[in-house]
Structures are given as structure tokens and as C-alpha cells.
Ligand binder design. Structure first.
Ligand code: HEC
Ligand code: HEC
Ligand code: HEC
Length: 442
């Protein structure tokens, strides 16, 4: 009896222990998945579009202006009414990788599902667990889209999806293509898939589709994109002058981790991509991405290498400001960027040899001079740096002149900019400044 009781008690407590252990294991499993899913969300930059200050994490509401009206990013918190709480994992996978909402409607490709189609089942599973268990529900709807009927019925988007977005199967097959080694293969996965770098850095076609979704379809991929909110995403391939030729693996890693390095500083949409995304990645993943980027052949192999030319610096140092824009540069810019154009990195970026200066499209430069730029502190580089706004201080002609000067000096040799171009670009400046939270200085 005693024995029986003992054994029953023992069995009971063993069972309790075991259930405890199993549920602990389960909890640990869930915790590990939530953590892993959070990392995937960071690598995919979900919050750059789904988190708007003042509305709670992932509560949506970011406005995307399209030619046909405005759409808003969705509330993707696990709230059952206003968020994605009712999504099953299969429905979630369909929304993220195929652009189909739970109710069957097609999403606008402002949500980068053509890139996310490459994400692995394991990453999608972790991401789902994170959004269901690791994110606070927010009981607040995202604003409704403002697109007039009949375009609001989303039929065109269903056709768009069928034509331009790869199936999960086709995308996964491309992910599995043979790549030289582990580092580059992991980097390709992160850049082409979750990182959706091509959404900004690849050229788009007439229907706004990315002309190329991975390096396996040729050198258009990451060869530079159209301006986004006025800023030009540069080539991330090994193009001389306009691309990353000349950047070392460590230069790229440092830029993605902190938004600054000895060659330049992030601004525009890249600041968001770093702030919400890449700064959270491990060194191993950042090195893998850098190794992959360094493996990309140039899109335009005809470009010659940039070489420092001391002529402009010698003239300025001798007090010769006869070149157009030279006087504006000395009066307003040289204190930070120096007369030799080498800056004081990482606080004040160099302008000499900086790919941003040599892009065909000068929009970034006009906007940066006109509206200023702020680089926030990052976890691994807490200081913030700001460039003042000159829009109210300099005329369009002076801005054109100084931009022409910095595009030409120090061996940059990029084409000049006219006052008419500056006037044209000025029209979009207030909107950009609002988006970036920049308050004009005067
Ligand atoms: C570049 C901006 C952008 C990024 C990055 C982005 N989204 Fe979205 N997402 C949107 C927009 C815009 C919509 C709404 C599109 C529409 O209404 O057609 C949306 C819609 C969604 C929906 C549909 C929800 C619904 O029922 O309306 C889900 C789910 C979603 N996103 C999840 C994610 C996840 C998870 C990530 C990160 C892996 C992510 N998004 C990254 C812009 C983005
Ligand atoms: C929302 C748009 C956007 C996304 C997404 C984006 N970028 Fe950028 N990126 C830009 C813009 C605009 C610039 C030019 C401004 C600057 O240099 O910061 C840029 C610049 C860069 C530069 C510096 C190039 C130079 O010549 O100064 C690197 C490196 C870079 N991006 C890498 C990446 C990688 C890797 C990803 C994906 C993880 C990515 N970007 C995603 C918009 C974007
Ligand atoms: C007070 C110091 C300061 C002054 C003065 C200044 N800048 Fe800047 N500049 C910066 C900082 C800091 C950045 C980086 C901002 C960022 O990345 O958000 C920057 C960025 C830039 C960039 C983009 C390069 C890159 O890689 O980020 C250009 C182009 C530029 N400045 C041109 C000018 C011109 C032209 C003037 C004069 C009209 C000027 N700057 C005056 C501090 C300054």
C-alpha cells in the first residue's frame, strides 16, 4: 500500500515535474521563436513602414502616395479587430510572401512581397510566432485607403501580382542557386529576400515593378533606383564612382551597422533602413551581406576609377574662389567638409570620392543642401550628426552653383546642375522635410 501510495505519489509528482518540464520546454521554445522572429522582423525592416510615431509599434498608418491616391500601411499587431490577430500562419505567409490579404484582396506592392517571397518557411514561422506572441496588440484601425472606385477594387493589383511577383516556389528555387560560399549565400538571402534592398536600389519598369529581383537575372539588380521621397538610391554593385567599388568589406559593415563610415553618411530612406533594420543585425550577417555586395559585377563597367585631384583644394587654399560655387562652398560648407573635400569622418562626411556626389541624378544633393539632413544616433554609434538646411539662405542659383562645384571638384567630375533643376526639385522639399521630421532653420 505504502509502496503503492508512494509510487502513485511519485508517479504524480514525476508527472507534474514532467508536465512542468514539458511546458517549460514549450515556453522556452516559444521564447526562442519570438526572439528569432524579432530578428527576422528587424532583418526585414517591417517597422520602417508599419510603425509610425505616436501610434504604437506595428500599428500601421504610414502614408504611401501613389498616382491614383494614398494607401496606408496596415496595423499588423495581433489585435483581432484592427490588426492581424485572426490571421492563421498560412494566411500570414500568403500576405507576406504573395501579397494576398486574409480576405483575398491583393496588396499594393508598397509592401515588398516580391522580395519577401524568397524568405524561408522557418523564418516565416518565427516571424508569425513573434507577431502573435511578442507584439502588443493595438486596438486602433489604420486610416482607410483613399483610392477612388473603381481602382479601389484592387483588381489591377491582382493582375500585377500574377505578372510581376514570383511564386514562393520560383523564388525559393532561385534562393537555392549555387553560390560560391556560405558567407555570400547567406548575404544573398538577406539582401535579396528579407532585406528587400532592391525595392529601393533596383530600377523599376513602367508598372513600377522591379526590373530584376535577384542577381541571378543580371546586372540591373541593385544598379541604382529612382529617387524615393527625393533621394537617389545609388548602385550597390561594383561600379566605379557611382557604386561600391573602392568600399572595403569593413566600410560596408560599418555603414550598415551605424549609418556612417569614412566614405559617407546615410540620409533619406537609407537612414530608416539602417535605424529600423540593419543596425540590429549580427556582425556575422553584416559581413555576409557585405561579401555578397562585393561579389556583384559592375552594371556599367565603362566607368573609370575615381582618383583624387588636388587642384580645387589648392585653388581654395590659395584664396582663389573664381570657380562657380567656390565662394558659397568656402563661406558655408568648408568648415565641416573642408576645402580638400575630405571632411571629418565619421562626423562630417567626405564629399571627395563619395558615390552620392557622382550619381547621374543630382536630386539627393540638391535636397540635402536645401533641406539639411539628420543622422540619428544608433546603438553602436550613439552620436547624432546634422547638416544645416540652406533653403532659406541660398538662392536657387547659389545652390546650383555649389552643387555643381562639389560635383566637379576633387576628381568627382560629375555633370553640372542648373538653377531650373533646383527650382523643380524645390517643389517637393517641404513634403520631404515633413516626412523626415526636419524643421527649417529660418
Ligand atoms: C516598404 C514598406 C513596407 C514594409 C517594409 C513592410 N510592409 Fe507590410 N504593408 C505595407 C503596406 C503599404 C501595406 C498595405 C498595402 C495595401 O493596403 O494594399 C502592408 C500590408 C501588410 C499586411 C496585410 C495586413 C492586412 O490585413 O491589411 C501584412 C500582414 C504585412 N504588411 C506584414 C508585414 C511584415 C510582417 C513585414 C516585415 C516582414 C512588412 N509587412 C514589411 C508596407 C510595408
Ligand atoms: C527605403 C529605401 C532604401 C532601402 C530599403 C535601402 N536603401 Fe540603401 N540607400 C537608399 C538611399 C536613398 C541611399 C543614398 C543615400 C545614402 O547614401 O545614404 C542609399 C545608400 C546606401 C548605401 C551607401 C551608398 C553610398 O554610395 O553612399 C549602402 C551601402 C546601402 N544603401 C545599402 C543598402 C542595403 C544593403 C540595403 C538592404 C538591407 C538597403 N541599402 C536598403 C535607400 C534605401
Ligand atoms: C555643420 C557642419 C556642416 C556644414 C556647415 C555643411 N554640412 Fe554637409 N553634411 C554635414 C553632415 C553631418 C552630413 C551628414 C548628414 C546625414 O547623413 O544625415 C552632411 C552631408 C552632406 C552631403 C551628403 C553626403 C553624405 O554622404 O552624407 C552633402 C552633399 C553635403 N553635406 C553638402 C554640403 C554643402 C554643399 C554644404 C554647404 C552649402 C554643407 N554640406 C554644409 C555637415 C555639414
Amino acid at each position: 500500500m505504502t509502496y503503492g501510495l508512494f509510487s502513485r505519489a511519485a508517479f504524480f509528482s514525476a508527472a507534474v515535474l514532467l508536465t512542468g518540464f514539458v511546458s517549460d520546454l514549450h515556453a522556452e521554445d516559444t521564447n526562442a521563436l519570438v526572439k528569432q522572429g524579432q530578428y527576422v522582423a528587424e532583418a526585414s525592416d517591417c517597422s520602417a513602414c508599419h510603425t509610425v510615431s505616436g501610434r504604437g509599434n506595428f500599428a500601421g498608418g504610414m502614408e504611401f502616395k501613389l498616382p491614383i491616391g494614398s494607401i496606408y500601411s496596415s496595423n499588423i499587431t495581433p489585435d483581432a479587430t484592427h490588426g492581424i490577430g485572426a490571421y492563421s500562419e498560412a494566411e500570414f505567409s500568403r500576405a507576406v510572401r504573395e501579397g494576398v490579404r486574409r480576405d483575398g484582396a491583393s496588396l499594393y506592392p508598397a509592401m515588398p512581397f516580391p522580395s519577401y517571397a524568397r524568405m524561408s518557411d522557418a523564418d516565416i514561422h518565427a516571424l508569425y510566432v513573434y507577431f502573435m506572441k511578442g507584439v502588443q496588440p493595438v486596438d486602433q484601425p489604420a486610416p482607410s485607403n483613399r483610392i477612388a472606385w473603381p481602382l479601389s477594387i484592387r483588381l489591377p493589383m491582382t493582375i500585377w501580382r500574377a505578372v510581376f511577383s514570383p511564386s514562393i516556389r520560383a523564388a525559393q528555387k532561385d534562393v537555392m542557386r549555387s553560390l560560391p560560399n556560405d558567407g555570400i549565400g547567406r548575404g544573398a538571402y538577406l539582401v535579396e529576400g528579407p532585406g528587400h534592398c532592391g525595392a529601393c536600389h533596383s530600377p523599376r519598369g513602367l508598372a513600377m515593378q522591379e526590373k530584376s529581383l535577384s542577381n541571378s537575372s543580371g546586372s540591373l539588380f541593385l544598379s541604382g533606383g529612382a529617387p524615393i521621397d527625393g533621394f537617389v538610391p545609388t548602385s550597390l554593385r561594383q561600379d566605379q564612382r557611382t557604386g561600391l567599388a573602392g568600399w572595403s568589406e569593413d566600410d560596408i559593415v560599418q555603414f550598415l551597422a551605424t549609418g556612417r563610415n569614412r566614405r559617407g553618411e546615410a540620409f533619406g530612406g537609407m537612414t530608416d533602413a539602417i535605424f529600423h533594420g540593419t543596425q540590429h543585425l549580427t556582425d556575422a550577417d553584416l559581413h555576409a551581406m557585405a561579401q555578397y555586395l562585393l561579389s556583384l559585377q559592375p552594371h556599367n563597367p565603362a566607368l573609370s576609377a575615381w582618383r583624387y585631384d588636388p587642384e580645387a583644394a589648392s585653388a581654395l587654399q590659395a584664396g582663389d574662389v573664381s570657380a562657380p560655387g567656390a565662394k558659397v562652398y568656402v563661406d558655408h560648407c568648408a568648415a565641416c567638409h573642408r576645402s580638400d573635400g575630405r571632411g571629418y569622418a565619421p562626423a562630417f562626411p567626405p564629399l571627395a570620392g563619395n558615390p552620392v556626389l557622382m550619381s547621374d541624378d543630382p536630386a539627393s544633393l540638391v535636397h540635402v543642401v536645401q533641406s539639411g539632413a539628420v543622422l540619428p544616433g544608433m546603438t553602436r554609434a550613439p552620436s547624432a550628426f546634422a547638416m544645416p538646411a540652406y533653403g532659406n539662405m541660398l538662392s536657387s542659383q547659389q545652390i546650383a552653383d555649389v552643387v555643381t562645384f562639389i560635383r566637379k571638384a576633387w576628381g568627382n567630375n560629375a555633370p553640372p546642375v542648373t538653377a531650373a533643376t533646383v527650382d523643380e526639385l524645390k517643389k517637393t522639399a517641404p513634403e520631404m522635410m515633413r516626412k523626415q521630421g526636419i524643421i527649417p532653420l529660418n
